[in-house]
Design a protein around this ligand. Structure first.
Ligand code: GRF
Length: 232
């Protein structure tokens, strides 16, 4: 059984999907703890109801010691967004402290609305070179990184939207891609419609992908300056 911690900021529908898969025995994972940066996040109540430790990152984070590098250099979302959600090594230090008692092998981000810093990534770095932090992003990366990605796709007028599961690296929404699924949004009339269909896909794709990502049943290939995940 692979021990994981889920990091989430909000509603927790992906947490529900992962928990269901684990409880049904479809996913060999033990959710050791759920961690949130928002004490009022509904995901925490869901965790408590499931008997899983629900941990809150202390809010007293001082501002980062030095300003974040320019968003463009890091492939980060637009400056305004990057400021709102920027990474904070202090916060990541607190996460490590909270999780010390649980020793999870993987961190599973499920609607965690903060950028993680090298502090956290390096603490979960595998000897094979990739991070053992997984994220689900509501677009076909590298299209539409950042926030409100279903909205970005809808407003752009794309014909397909999609979902990506990827390993987390310092560059925002740019780590090695594990799995993607596209879906047609032609004829959809609102962002809500896109999101509803997207979430249905997320709730299947995330547990399915974790089935082989958590036991690390993949090879890593270096292409250009990237690591690529090849499932086997
Ligand atoms: C999902 O769309 C996920 O892809 C994105 O944030 C949303 C979280 O939803 N990262 P929930 O909290 O899992 O319901």
């Amino acid at each position: 059984m692979i021990s994981i911690a889920v990091l989430a900021s909000g509603r927790g529908s992906n947490f529900d999907a992962i928990l269901r898969a684990a409880r049904q025995g479809d996913l060999e994972a033990h959710i050791a703890a759920v961690v949130s940066d928002r004490k009022e996040a509904p995901v925490l109540e869901k965790a408590r109801a499931a008997g899983i430790p629900a941990l809150v990152i202390p809010p007293s984070a001082p501002p980062p010691a030095r300003p974040a590098p320019p968003a463009r250099e890091r492939g980060a979302p637009p400056a305004k967004t990057a400021r709102a959600y920027r990474g904070d090594p202090y916060r990541d230090e607190k996460i490590l402290e909270l999780l010390a008692a649980y020793s999870p092998r993987f961190l599973v981000l499920a609607g965690y609305m903060r950028i993680v810093t090298p502090k956290l990534i390096e603490a979960f770095r595998s000897p094979r070179g990739y991070s053992r932090i997984v994220n689900i992003h509501p677009s076909l990366l590298p299209a539409f990184p950042g926030v409100d990605s279903y909205g970005q796709a809808f407003r752009h007028g794309t014909q397909v939207a999609g979902v990506t599961v990827h390993l987390v690296e310092e560059e925002v929404d740019a780590g090695p891609i594990c799995a993607q699924q596209a879906f047609s949004i032609q004829g959809m009339k609102s962002v809500e419609e896109v999101e509803k269909r997207g979430l249905e896909i997320e709730h299947r794709l995330y547990p399915e992908t974790l089935k082989w990502v958590l036991p690390e049943r993949f090879d890593i290939e270096a292409r250009e300056r990237r690591l690529c995940v090849c499932p086997h």
